[in-house]
Write a protein that binds this ligand. Structure first.
Ligand SMILES: [Zn+2]
Ligand SMILES: [Zn+2]
Length: 437
């Protein structure tokens, strides 16, 4: 991928760097890297046409501070061996070997640049072209790109799981502190909304609790995890993959100005929280520029995109939405009649429904052989409600749990009620649990 075009652009010394392009040790370059003399190579005519390009575009063979900054940037985000990132479980660098001289654009840096371009939807040419430099100076998440190497095979979707996940479908979070930029209620609301969006599409439930898996905090500079923030701009936040201790924790850079919604000089907390929660649940950065899990912050993006939904469901499965009707089946849902012949008038139009066909069957005469059944009982009505069962195929990924004393907080539950029988049926719930196998 050596580009004579870019060599020529650099050699011609088109302009001094107009702006500081990188986020690491960013200092102005006032001279261009020295170049070997290079006679007219193919592509020279194109270079002439692009003579107004104002930013040098280093490629293999070039050297200088600009190259060193690109190397440092790529090392920071996981493209080269990095002791800081080795603390993240399952992390591996994209390129295993480091450049011999960080000032020299060698094949290792070319491979890393190409991987960076591929990860972020850029034209892949392995050079520090203007578009690549522009992206490298944009605000982004501090989580490394291409977290797990090699990346898992996948179809057209661009999401990537990091390989870490929570073992329970109930995940607890808490706040260690808050930003003075917003009220505590606004911060709580924005984060709760972000959790709810992930919960809406997969079988995960989130609760704020003092004994939490995910701790959320705002901090500036070195904030206690040896993964320091860098002041305003560049890195906005980062999160740790699922795990014990610091695993799953989410840190926002207090040097940013946090807001609800976009605007000049402010960062939308809802969008960044949604993104960082994705990491805290086990997602890597997505190559899809439209996805919430895309590494760079652009405009506010407070809603999950299709790629994000596929990604989280690949780790935790789909969500099953349960419904109950006391007035016949619900149009558009998969319903089974839940009758009790000893109680025909009250129980003749009650239906249990789900948004997916789960192959459920109802029995009033004990468990159905060959199916996995959950007994539905009401202790206040022992004579009629002692042999009723809800059954699903034995290989169903859904498991049901019956409660006659209120919902189980750790599961998704639907109340079964019969208005003709309010006193005994007001605290009966069927709860579902996804079995990830
Ligand atoms: Zn990220
Ligand atoms: Zn941190």
């Amino acid at each position: 991928m050596v580009s004579s075009l870019h060599h020529r652009l650099v050699r011609r010394g088109l302009a001094a760097l107009a702006c500081c392009s990188f986020t690491v040790s960013c200092v102005a370059d006032d001279e261009l890297p020295a170049q070997d003399e290079d006679d007219g190579a193919p592509g020279g005519a194109v270079a002439d046409e692009l003579a107004d390009v104002s930013v040098p575009e280093p490629a293999v063979g070039d050297r200088g501070e600009q190259v060193a900054r690109a190397y440092a940037y790529l090392k920071q985000y996981g493209y080269f061996p990095n002791p800081e990132l080795e603390r993240l479980p399952g992390w591996k660098p994209v390129v295993e070997r480091e450049p011999e001289d960080p000032q020299v654009f060698d094949e290792a840096l070319e491979e890393a640049v190409a991987s960076f371009q591929e990860a972020h939807g850029l034209v892949v040419d392995g050079t520090l072209n203007a578009e690549t430099q522009r992206l490298m100076s944009a605000p982004r998440c501090g989580f490394p790109d291409h977290y797990a190497q090699p990346r898992p095979l996948k179809g057209p979707a661009q999401y990537a799981p990091s390989g870490q996940k929570w073992g329970d479908h109930q995940v607890l979070y808490r706040f260690r502190n808050f930003s003075p930029d917003l009220s505590q209620d606004d911060i709580r609301g924005a984060v709760a909304e972000a959790f709810a969006r992930w919960s809406a599409v997969t079988d995960l439930l989130f609760y704020e609790d003092s004994d939490a898996d995910i701790e959320i905090s705002f901090g500036a500079g070195n904030h206690g995890d040896n993964w320091p923030f860098d002041g305003q701009g560049s890195v906005l936040a980062h999160a740790w993959p699922p795990g014990s201790g610091i695993g799953g924790d989410i840190h926002f850079d207090e040097a940013e100005t946090w807001a609800l919604g976009g605007g000049t000089g402010v960062i939308d907390l809802r969008s960044v929280a949604l993104h960082e929660i994705g990491h805290a649940l086990g997602l890597d950065h997505s190559d899809d520029t439209e996805a919430v899990m895309y590494a760079f912050y652009q405009d506010p993006k407070p809603n999950l995109r299709h790629d994000d939904v596929l990604g989280i469901q690949s780790i935790y499965g789909e969500r099953l939405t349960l419904s109950w009707s006391a007035w016949g089946p619900i149009p558009g849902k998969h319903c089974i009649q839940v009758a009790e012949y000893a109680d025909p008038y009250a129980w003749d139009d009650n239906y249990f429904c789900s948004d997916k066909d789960i192959g459920a069957q109802w029995s009033m005469s004990g468990p159905i052989p060959g199916m996995r059944c959950t007994q539905i009982v009401e202790p206040a009505d022992p004579d009629t409600w002692n042999d009723n069962y809800l059954c699903v195929p034995v290989n169903s990924k859904w498991f049901f749990n019956w409660r006659y004393d209120g919902p189980d907080r750790g599961n998704r539950c639907v109340q079964w009620h019969e208005f003709a029988d309010p006193h005994t049926w007001d605290d009966n719930f069927l709860c579902s649990l996804y079995l990830p196998f």
